[in-house]
Design a protein around this ligand. Sequence first.
Ligand code: C2E
Ligand code: SIN
Ligand code: SIN
Ligand code: SIN
Ligand code: FE
Ligand code: FE
Length: 469
Amino acid sequence: MDNLLEGCQVISQDWKYLYLNDAAIEQARQPREDLLGKTMWDAYPGIQDTEMFAQLERVMADEEPVRILNEFTYPDGTVGWFELRAQPVPDGILIFSQDATSTQLAQQQVRMQLKRLHTLRQIDLAITSGVDLSVVSDIVLDHAIKGLDVDAGTILLLDPYSLKLKVAAFRGFNGNDINAVVNKLGDGLSGRVALEQKTIMVKDLDSDQRFTRRNLIGREGFQSYFGAPLMAKGQVLGVLELFHRTPLEHDLGWLEFFEIVAGQVAIAISHIDTFGSLQRVNLELMLAYDRTIEGWAKTLEVRDIETEGHSQRVTELTDSLASALNYSTGDLMNMRRGAMLHDIGKLGIPDTILLKPDSLSDTEWDQMRRHPIIAHELLSRIDFLKPALDIPHYHHERWDGTGYPLGLQKELIPRSARIFAIVDVWDALRSNRPYRPAWSDEKARQHLQAGSETHFDPEILDVFLKEVL
Ligand code: C2E
Ligand code: SIN
Ligand code: SIN
Ligand code: SIN
Ligand code: FE
Ligand code: FE
C-alpha cells in the first residue's frame, strides 16, 4: 500500500490513525507523526459533527463499505474534494481516497455555463416575443440579474434629443425613487459609460466621486457597480447597470458574459425601437450562443484533456464531411454544436485517468466509457442543444455494434454520430496524447481504412478519404 497512487489509511476501532501511506499524507497536508496514534478528532477538531464522520461510524458499526464524496476545508481555508471508499477490516476501517478537486471545480464551471446559456435563451425568448419596450426591458433585466448573480440593476435609455439617460427598467431596489433619476450624458457613472462607450466597474462606490446618486449607497446599501454601454450599429442607446450590496467576486468569464448580455439587451431595444429585421437579430443571437459554446469547449483544452484546437478542427472537418454529404444548413448548425461539445463529458472523469501516460485498466475504462452519458446528462437540460445531442451521445458507437454507451449497430447509430466518429478518430490519431505521440498522416489513413465496416460506416468513410482529406 505504501506505493499506491491512491491515498490509503487505516483507522483503529477507537478512531486512531494506525497507518497512512504517502499519498494520504500528501492529501492531508500534515506530517505523518502529527497523525499516527492520534484520534481523528485530535487531528481535526469538530470532525465528529460532519456527515462524513457519521458515514464512517456506520462503516464501523454495520461493517458495510461506503463511498463518500467529501468536501474538505484545509486549515488555510482552501477547499478540496475527495472521493473516499471506506470498508471495515479487522483492525477498524480501511479508507482509500482520491483527490477529486479538479473534477469538482470543472463541474461547478459547467453548472455556471449552463446557467449562462439559460439566461441567453430567456433573453432571446423575451426579445422575439415582445412588442412593448417596457415589458421586454423588465423581463430582460430580470434574467440578466439572475444570470449574473447580482442584487439589482437598471436599464437606462438615452433620449437622443435631450441627451439624458432615463430609467426604462429597474429591479432589486428597496425604494422606487430610482425611477425619477436622470443623468445627463457625461455626468455621473452612467453618463460616462454612455459617453465613453466602455464598461466601468467600481469596487467601492462610496469612495468614487464620479458616482452622483449617493442616496443609493445609504438607503440601498450598494457597494459595487458595473455599467456597460448598450450599443447597436455603432450608436449608444443607453446603459445596463448592475449593483451589488457586497464586493462582487468576478472573473474574466463573468465580465465577458456581462458584455454579451449587454449586447443582447441592446439588440432587444434596437429591435423594438426601429422594428429592425428579425433576421439580423437572430444572426447576432446565434453568434452569442456559439461564443458561449466555444468558451465551454475550451475548458477541456485548459485542463489539457484535449490538444490545442481539437474541438475547432473536428468542428470544421465535420462541417466539410457533412457538406460533402449534402446536409442542410440547419443540420450543419446542430452538428457543429455537437462536434464542438463532443467530449464535454470528459469533464466528469478524474485527471488521474485522462492524463494517464499509460493504457487504462478495466475499471478506468468503465469510468472513461461514461463520458458520452455524462455529456448527454449535461446537455439535455438545454432545449436549444437537444438537436445537437447525437454527436456527444453516440460518437463512440461502432458500425459493428461493439462501441459504447449502447452498442448500437449500423444505421441504428444516428448518421451525424457516424460522420463525426471518423473525424474524431482522425484528429485524435494525428494529435499527441499523454499515452502516445501523434501518428503520421499515412498511418492514420491506413488505420481508418482498416476500420471500414468494423468501426466506421464504409460509405461515409469513402467520402471522407476521397473527397475531404
Ligand atoms: P481520444 O484520445 O480523443 O480518442 C478518441 C478515439 O480515437 C478513441 O476512442 C479511439 O477510437 C481513437 N484513438 C485515439 N487514439 C488511438 C490510438 O492510439 N490507437 C487506436 N487504435 N485508436 C485511437 P476510445 O478508444 O473509445 O477512447 C476514448 C477516450 O479514452 C480517448 O479519447 C482518450 O481520452 C481515452 N483513452 C483511450 N485510450 C487510452 C489510453 O491508452 N490511455 C489513456 N490515458 N487514455 C486513453
Ligand atoms: C481499448 O482498449 O478498448 C481501445 C484502446 C484504443 O483504441 O486506444
Ligand atoms: C439521416 O440521414 O440523418 C438519418 C438516416 C440514416 O440513418 O442514415
Ligand atoms: C442529423 O440529423 O444528422 C443532424 C443533426 C444531429 O443529429 O446532430
Ligand atoms: Fe469521446
Ligand atoms: Fe475528440
